[in-house]
Ligand binder design. Sequence first.
Ligand code: ADP
Ligand code: MG
Length: 696
Amino acid sequence: MLQLRKITKEYKTKQKTKVQALTDINYEFKEKGFYAILGKSGSGKTTLLNIIAGLDKPTSGEVIFEGQAFSSFKGKDFDAYRNTCVGFVFQEFNLLENLNVYKNVSLALELQGRKATEAEIIEVLRKVGIEDLIYRNIYELSGGQKQRVAIARALIKKPRIIIADEPTGSLDQEIAVEIFEILKELSKEYLVILVTHNEEYAETYAEQILHLAEGRQKEEVSLEEIEEENRVELEYKKSLSIFASLKMGFTNLRINVVRLVICIILSTISFSCFGFCITVSSYSEREIALNSIVVDDYINPNVIANWDVGENGRNSLPITKEKLQKINNDLQKNYKGISQVYAKSCFLKSVFEHNNDQLSLINPCGGLEVNEEYLTKLGFSLYGNFPQVEDEIIITEYYYHTFTRLGYKEDSIEIPQEKITKDILLGKPIYLSGFKSENPKKFKICGIIDTGFDVKQYDALSRYDVNSKTYAHDFNLVQQYKNASYHSLVYLKEGALKACFEHYDETNGYTYIIDEMPKNKEKVAEIYDYLNDISSLNNRYVFCTQLIPNINDLIVKLKLYQFVSGILGGIASIFSVCLLYSLLSFTIENKKKEMGVLRALGAKARTIFVMFSSEGIYVNFVSLILAYLGSSLIVLYFNHFLKYQNGIRVEIYHFNVVQYLILLGVAIAVTILAIAVPVIKVVRKSPAEAIRMEIK
Ligand code: ADP
Ligand code: MG
């Protein structure tokens, strides 16, 4: 059945010296029977056995199994051969210590993608006389019992050849005899090839003996010619499913828990760092602007300005009537122009006397000419009257509120804050001047409108320490009222500006334009994109959102963060590759023997690959899940930090689907990179080498 033809094996040691382990071995094994390979230690017995088992390849010569030469075998043929034809019994048992007898035996079948039935297992255990130990753990067994389990494990596959390498080397004499008896019994059904250095046993039990000395055989053997017709097809068994291999790798192989945990922690940190970095790298100015409108419930940024953002910083450019017309036509909106006016005295006096109080406006945002219909349409309720003549104005609740906090001072009239009521303010004078600083003109308050200003927010503000971050944050709330809303305007009769200010020049255009904000993000986005389209580099049309006062500073910062995080992200991903690589190299170094044993039991290279990757896959999987959490938290914290540092309410960064997917992709790439190299390095070695690793 099995012929060895002129087998020679030469090892190269690490020091590059050559060791001639076998020289010109010719031998023939029949279908059944008990064969012994006898020789002193170092005579080449294990080497020869490994070659017969397909675990190692001869340097020259040929092994012929059922008419087929090993030299014609490919990798999968060797797997099939080991899987179905050979049952291996080692001197050191090589059982998986943390599994019980049942599982150790069934493992041999599982590696072929098949589950053993209990009856099958009991049957093989009965053959070796230990059916009562079926659910014992391996560490609870004696050496002789362990070797019986190992023989049962070899038998469960129903192999044709049982190969045993000094199976009694670690056993007492009496026990050794029992094992020999079992093997002798089995040799009636199977071809048993046994390696031993014990001449007495060999002569007692074996029918044929191959004597080895220093790699040479003593007896002359002449081989029969092989007839090609006798060829037998190998059976290609399925291999363990990927999932089962992963599970088995993780539960059955020795794993150092402390190292695993440390690795998961470090890996989580580096993935989280990476997740954070890709988030910071992928901010969008547009999203920030739109979201800032959303967090404000679409209330405030209904004002559009046109800025020259040239080298001299930001200057307001007038929006001409034609431009306004065009914007209204294009957007199907009803924007109205706001002209800049300056308040004299009353606001200034009060504010300067309270010079810590930066919350109050020195100037209104501008003057808006309206008719009653327009105010009604906006839904603002009016206390008092609509302007009947050109020099009457309406102020807002926001100004009223300022007066209630700071009092009113104008001409010779002085009203302390506690006495301020709406009725008292009606009819009181306010001095305004137009854009080209004419002499201030006297106006009379004729009404107060409620623009929906949130007084409570403003109140909270006055309680903060002026130097605190919270103050800086909430101060911006006030800034936005100033820059971007109906709250901080004064309202005049139509045509009043021209009538009151000599140099009022409406052909120049307006400082801002204002309309109601659409109450939905897509509609806002349409306007935003439209403004972007009509903007050029130095001539930008922008929403006056709460971000506007410092958006340029903010963008500079964000760009810096983007740059730094790009570098950091790169480092983090390289770090995680190295980390995983070193974990796996280390683990695999410790598991080489198990790997060799599994190969000898018939596991395919792919199964081994997946099993030994399982730890790495597990580490990365757990780290990835934790990193999703970690990244979200860091992003959350960083947003929080930015909000207070910059006095904004909008979330700058978003860790969402795109980032999830990028992180997932990177984790997979890292896993493959880090796993593939060390595992492939070991899988490629011959199983024989791997098994020897620990035996020596
Ligand atoms: P035995 O099983 O009879 O004790 P081996 O087959 O293990 O002997 O070894 C035969 C010879 O080959 C010994 O001299 C041994 O040192 C050498 N040898 C075995 N494996 C290797 C190897 N991987 N590299 C170099 N030399 C080896
Ligand atoms: Mg040996």
